[in-house]
Ligand binder design. Structure first.
Ligand SMILES: Cc1ncc(C[n+]2csc(CCOP(=O)(O)OP(=O)(O)O)c2C)c(N)n1
Ligand SMILES: [Mg+2]
Length: 346
């Protein structure tokens, strides 16, 4: 695509105009894909819960975009954007959420629990915090093999209160492992506000206790998140060890679609939506800096809509799993051997 700038402010962080537009594509895709999923959820076609990242797309996309090929990230429920940046395709995501036989887990796993190790995103597990020691282990393997690879793990303000968080970061810090930990401080852990979760002023202050760098940044400034994550990843890749980045953002929807978020003041939600939306802010910056023109952004929006129309149509026609095969690859047993829990005759 030929990009015509209307004025020429220098682009930060070594990014090109094409990359700025690609970031816009991922932001738009994340929000639009989640909107499609909400429609499907309301039609009863999404199996399981639906957790939105509305208002947090900037930190997911900005941080994942800072990684290189070969780096690995461990997402959580609000990191659909990170997985898309790593190469997850909307049609696979839709199949997974609709538990289709053609989905990455063939309809046998909870909708958010899927991975693509070749692309470099792990599957999430439900126990919060537990992926931090797992990622520390993965980063230990990078270090032992002398591979210049980095791990990025996301954790919420609530998940940052777990024992696993402490154990995993302490291991990464003490062993100087190439691990970047992003704490997504979105104000709430289910109905618990962050102020009731931790007595420290900033969650990143905990980094001091581990002896690693920690900083708190505006999580709805996409380019700042990109730059900060890239700097931490570059340091980690060069052997300087782990870091914590606390991204301050806001959870504009309830914990999941079933949650009416009555515990969040409506005026608080409205203020973040009206004045601090990460995509609105990014668009404003692109246009005001002359890094893109409106027609280019409209074209990205149109192509995202077309991509999602095709993905939804393709996935809707896919079959659900065959009941007879529902347990294939779930339990270890030889072909023909009765499943251990089905031995009702015993
Ligand atoms: C160890 C553990 N405790 C509790 C839960 C139940 N649970 C799932 S999500 C959630 C809230 C998480 O809040 P936060 O970490 O702030 O992430 P957010 O949902 O805000 O992105 C809780 C308590 C869990 N999955 N694991
Ligand atoms: Mg939270």
């Amino acid at each position: 695509m030929v990009i015509t700038a209307v004025n020429d402010q220098p682009i930060p962080a070594g990014l090109s105009r094409e990359q700025l537009l690609e970031i816009f594509y991922y932001l738009t895709l994340t929000r639009a894909l989640e909107e499609r999923l909400v429609n499907l959820y309301r039609q009863g076609k999404v199996i399981g819960g639906l957790y939105r990242s509305l208002g947090q797309e900037g930190e997911s996309v900005g941080s994942a975009y800072a990684l290189q090929s070969g780096d690995v990230l461990s997402p959580l429920i609000r990191n659909l954007g990170s997985m898309l940046v790593k190469g997850a395709r909307p049609v696979e995501v839709l199949r997974q959420y609709m538990a289709k036989a053609t989905s990455p887990t063939a309809g046998r796993e909870m909708n958010v629990h899927f991975n693509d190790l070749d692309l470099g995103y792990l599957g999430q597990v439900s126990p919060l915090g537990d992926m931090i020691p797992v990622m520390a282990g993965i980063c230990l393997s990078f270090k032992m093999r002398g591979e210049p690879r980095v791990g990025l793990v996301y954790i919420g303000d609530g998940g940052a209160s777990t024992g696993a968080f402490h154990e995993g970061i302490n291991l990464a810090a003490a062993s100087r492992l190439p691990l970047v930990v992003i704490i997504e401080n979105n104000g709430y852990a289910y109905s618990t506000p962050t102020s009731a979760q931790a007595a420290t002023e900033r969650l990143a202050d905990r980094a001091k206790a581990y002896g690693i760098p920690g900083e708190t940044i505006d999580g709805n400034d996409v380019l700042l998140v990109y730059e900060t994550t890239k700097a931490a990843a570059d340091r980690a890749r060069a052997g300087a060890g782990a870091a914590i980045i606390e991204v301050v953002t806001y959870r504009r929807k309830g914990h999941a679609e079933h949650d009416d978020q009555r515990y969040q003041p409506p005026e608080e939600i409205a203020l973040w939506a009206e004045t601090n939306d990460p995509i609105d802010r990014y668009v404003q910056r692109l246009l005001e800096s002359g890094w893109a023109i409106e027609a280019e952004l409209d074209a990205v929006g149109d192509s995202v809509n077309a991509e999602l129309d095709a993905a939804v149509a393709e996935c809707e026609n896919d079959p659900l799993p065959d009941i007879a095969g529902a347990l294939t690859d779930v339990y270890a047993c030889s072909a023909g051997e009765p499943l251990w829990f089905r031995r009702l005759d015993a």
